[in-house]
Design a protein. Structure first.
Lengths: 228, 296
């Protein structure tokens, strides 16, 4: 599903964020990406959804080599990937339903399909009853559920999450993690950058630890390995 | 690139939403387009008419050959043959001094009939060349002929007209170009504000895989509306203004054998051009910002 071969990323300001990274993530995997701040986690994530291009090496996502991807073909790649952020990135003037539907409207999906799919994912994340509310009327956890609903409404093969529980209290974080597990059970690949030691140590999955731009550890069912 | 009607409706809706949201910037840009096109329109109308008048005068240029007073009928006949032999000459007409006087009396009034006692005028050959620019040369050649007293043509009138037009055109072009630039700059600024106000939306659109053109279209349309809104007053002004201007001025000037361009042949191309300019600066203005700030 996701393959990195000899990936090095240097930014124009001279910082080398990643060097010589080789990783294979299979369809249906659940992967934590851990490591100290500034170690290259975000760059790792951004390379997958082609926010950044590798300076050297190949990043292949769903059979597409992102480095060779033309600017106008990026949308094709992005439609196979759902992305979730720490700060939710919801549109404040749209209600819950509209925020989720937005993702399908802008890729010109049929209205009937949009209605059906949006209600399905809102049901999945448990917010069907709050479809008409605005993001500001929801709790942080609920807002993140809306963002997750939006990321999966297009049935992507992989969901990328960058610190999805970073802004949430522990209880709410567990709810969000259960939701990611549910999505993973349906066959969707999950790649999650996180600082949450408790979660990584409790819900044991594959752990990729990045330190100083290199993969320090890649362990199935591993622990967080750092002091929080 | 076929667009679904639903998508088109969405782009229209979004573009109108931005126009409203940017209220004052929209107003400023529309005003800039209005002023620019208004001046461009007035400039075009004046230049086209001056051009026509100049061409008319130019085409009217004739060499008036004054025949020596002592010339006999045979001399005149000889002079006529010599003039006709010049290759540039298209037509030649004879007007005796009596006929000349009658024309003056007609133009200037009965007072001039005093001269009927002792006519001070020359017999005249009125010579026209096939090409107006051959006129000066031809006049010089005819002046060399034995029976010619003088050969004159409206040299200064034409030269002055052309030098005035050249200056007017240069000043106008600089002025209009400056204004066009300002209008485009204001439009691109308005679009920049729209893009800034919608950066979160744009970011999400990119993340979920909206195509670049899907993201661009509303901004292009917004620029287009600004251009079109700005063209309403100038186009209406040309349509109404020229109607009255032509009526008022042409009556006064027809006595001087000056004709304005008639209504439809002038207003159709001018308003058409204004519309095209409006569309162009609208789209181009927004394109500048779309290219620079949208990053898609």
């Amino acid at each position: 599903m996701i393959e990195m071969q000899g990936v090095t990323k240097k930014y124009p300001n001279g910082v080398t964020a990643l060097s010589g990274v080789d990783v294979t993530i299979k369809q249906g995997d659940f992967v934590y990406v851990v490591g100290p701040s500034g170690a290259g986690k975000s760059t790792f994530i951004k390379l997958i959804y082609r926010e950044e291009k590798p300076t050297e090496g190949k990043v292949i996502v769903g059979g597409i080599n992102t480095a060779a991807l033309k600017q106008r073909s990026i949308p094709t790649l992005r439609r196979q990937i759902g992305v979730v952020f720490q700060d939710f990135k919801l549109l404040p003037l749209l209600n819950v339903y509209e925020n989720v539907a937005f993702a399908l409207e802008v890729i010109e999906e049929e209205p009937a399909v949009i209605r059906k799919r949006v209600m399905e994912v809102l049901d999945l994340v448990g917010l069907k009853h709050k479809a008409r509310m605005l993001p500001t009327e929801l709790s942080g956890g609920e807002q993140q559920r809306v963002a997750i609903a939006r990321s999966i409404v297009n049935s992507p093969k992989v969901v990328i999450a960058d610190e999805p529980t970073g802004n949430l209290d522990p209880d709410t974080s567990w709810d969000i993690m259960r939701l990611f597990e549910k999505i993973n059970e349906r066959g969707t690949t999950i790649v999650m950058a996180t600082h949450n030691k408790d979660i990584v140590n409790t819900i044991r999955r594959r752990v990729i630890a990045i330190e100083g731009g290199r993969i320090a550890r890649d362990e199935q069912g591993g622990d967080y390995g750092y002091e929080a | 690139m076929a667009m679904k009607p639903r998508t088109l409706r969405r782009h229209f809706r979004e573009s109108f939403k931005s126009l409203r949201r940017n209220g004052w910037m929209t107003f400023a840009s529309v005003s800039a387009v209005t002023v620019t096109l208004l001046l461009t329109g007035v400039f075009l109308v004046i230049m086209l008419n001056l051009n026509k008048i100049a061409t008319d005068i130019e085409n009217d240029v004739e060499v008036r050959v004054h025949v020596k007073l002592e010339a006999t009928e045979a001399d005149k006949e000889q002079l006529r043959t010599m003039i006709e032999a010049l290759p540039e000459v298209e037509s030649i007409e004879y007007s005796s001094k009596e006929e000349e006087l009658q024309k003056i009396i007609q133009d200037m009034g009965r007072d001039f009939s005093l001269f009927e006692q002792s006519n001070p005028l020359y017999d005249v050959f009125i010579v026209k060349t096939a090409k107006p620019q051959d006129t000066p040369d031809t006049a010089r050649k005819i002046e060399q002929f034995e029976q010619t007293e003088t050969a004159v043509y409206g040299e200064e009138k034409v030269e002055n007209m052309f030098s005035f037009m050249k200056t007017a055109r240069n000043v106008g072009v600089v002025l209009v170009a400056g204004l066009l630039f300002t209008a485009m700059f204001l439009i691109s600024n308005t679009i920049k504000i729209t893009i800034f106000a919608r950066r979160k939306e744009i970011e999400i659109m990119k993340l979920v895989g909206a195509t670049n053109w899907f993201i661009r279209w509303p901004f292009i349309l917004e620029g287009l509306w600004i251009g079109l809104l700005g063209s309403i007053i100038p186009i209406a002004s040309v349509l109404v203004g020229y109607y009255y201007a032509e009526q008022a001025i042409s009556v006064r000037l027809s006595a001087h054998f000056i004709d304005f361009i008639s209504y439809w042949p002038l207003v159709l191309p001018v308003t058409g051009l204004l519309l095209i300019i409006a569309i162009f600066i609208g789209i181009w203005g927004s394109f500048i910002s779309v290219r620079r700030f949208l990053n898609v």
